[in-house]
Design a protein around this ligand. Sequence first.
Ligand SMILES: [Zn+2]
Length: 435
Amino acid sequence: MTQVTARRPTASEAAHDHHTQVTLRQFPYPYRAALAICSDIDETETAEELLEIHRFLNTTQPTSMGNGVGLEIGNSVYFYDDKREVSYFTHGERTRGLIVDLIQAGYIDCLHSYGDAAFSRDQIVRALDVLYGLDCKLDVWTNHYGAPSNLSHKFEYFFGACQGDVPGAEVYHADITLEYGIRFAWVGASTRLVGQSPHKHAPLSSTVFDRRYPLQSCVSVAKEMRKRLLGRWGDDRFVMLSRSRLMQPLSLRDGRTVHEFIRYCNHPVSVSQGATSRGLAYAISARALAHLKAVQGYMVVYAHLGKNKDCGHVIAHETQQALRNLAREHEAGNIYVTTTSRLLNYHHACQYLVWSHRQVQGRIEIFIDPPGDPAVNGWPVTPRQLQGLTFYVPDRNAAAVYLQGVELKALQRNPADHTGSESVTIPLSRLCFPY
Ligand SMILES: [Zn+2]
């Protein structure tokens, strides 16, 4: 990058440039929708199983299920577990090494609470010492059924007592966990509706109703309509759903703020059935992906890849096929598939980005300031957050992007997409599988 003395446009210049039609594209070029599979680590039993799941998801290497699909699909971790499942402190050195490698590579990107056997702040300090000491960065939190360290009171009737953000509670930790780097939290909001923060809105019934399962679908539609109505009437469990948003600021009980996000899952039997290795095939079926592309929205899919006891392979056969189809959608430039952390960071940057542009002798100059997040002050902007940001410009070869006055030299210049407009992108880097 080269330091330049770029001047921001004056208000009159910006107004004069109105006709240049520089706009922020909703998704990284060339995609028209975005999806992350957000898998809770529950019931994953061995390091070998975890590694084989990720070799299939993240590489194109030969696996016990054929060649992998090579997608950026992440996973989660907890530290204390009393059921002998994969967790940092209750498994051996091999599991610990694998967890650390996958966190450092970006493939474990969610802290799935501190586990159902974490009862005290001292235990949490010990876990954070590990994460700090090994330079392991996680910025997404997901509540785990039965974990006392869970955040927010909103869904306590489902999770049991959630004490992680209650000052004075034995397991209070929100202060040190947010200071460590957690920015985004799933505290229980879920929907069967395909496509959050969509470009186009579709009738609820069209994406939830499945004519192959008429009775079950009608029940699902009714449940979603009820949640939507309650959200409109101010029930804070369902406000995000009623507004079709992927994310919203959430005030914790200690006064701190995170960005809460909603997860999607759907299945004719039940949502919990959809959130298994086998059920994922329905949740991300070709039908669901077609709806996602039609509404041009986001989807963070609720899953448990380790709930696979009824499967012949570590990933159910029908889900292997669904993941291969998802990989084709990604390769064709239709659906951006990435980890939960990368997807949320991207969406957050789009929401809060402060940018402007001016035209100088036929050349477009775009100026980006750090995302000005009104909900959480003091979050440092990281270059990673800005990856994938795409601006429509009149001429891709006559455009420059400046980040805090510094020109980004490695700009990706894109031909016209389906809208007929050319664009420039801050390039996306690929995660690198450690094995
Ligand atoms: Zn869980």
